[in-house]
Design a protein around this ligand. Structure first.
Ligand code: DAT
Ligand code: MG
Length: 141
């Protein structure tokens, strides 16, 4: 069944001029882009987006990194989008990511890992609404 997920091309992806290559891989994997924009998160918005990780040792660095430059949130749609997108990007740490995954091929380390993907359909809804209004989500028809 068609499902939505939130992807973010993180500031390292944008800085390295990899956005086109990563979007090509996402489209080739069958995801439709319903919404896409370029934003610069403040520390406050990055902190709110990752609030679930507040208190963890990597939280401050994560907020610093995610607010260090512009990023590109995308609302994606596909059958089984959440799990399929997590499989496309690979494990959080590129050292553990499977061959052929985006993080394996492009990420420098666990902190700067090129791309975000929602971890459940429930969180996908919350995360998509963090960046997009319903009228900004358009089918490719
Ligand atoms: P994921 O992005 O794979 O869902 P996560 O939700 O556990 O991973 O963590 C969110 C982000 O926080 C992750 O993409 C990178 C950063 N992060 C997580 N664990 C980390 C660690 N041990 N050291 C540095 N950064 C970490
Ligand atoms: Mg996560």
């Amino acid at each position: 069944m068609k499902e939505r997920t939130l992807a973010i091309l993180k500031p390292d992806c944008v800085r390295k001029n990899l956005t086109g290559q990563i979007i090509a891989r996402i489209e080739a994997a069958g995801f439709k882009i319903l919404g896409i924009k370029k934003v610069r998160m403040t520390k406050e918005t990055a902190g709110a987006f990752y609030a679930v990780h507040k208190g963890k040792p990597f939280y401050d660095g994560l907020v610093e990194f995610m607010s260090s430059g512009p990023c590109i949130p995308m609302a994606l749609e596909k059958d089984n989008a959440v799990v399929d997108f997590r499989n496309l990007i690979g494990a959080t740490d590129p050292k553990d990511a499977a061959p052929g995954t985006i993080r394996k091929d492009y990420a420098d380390n666990k902190g700067e890992n090129i791309v975000h993907g929602s971890d459940s359909p429930e969180n996908a809804k919350i995360e998509i609404s963090f960046f997009f209004s319903e009228k900004e989500l358009l089918e490719n028809l």
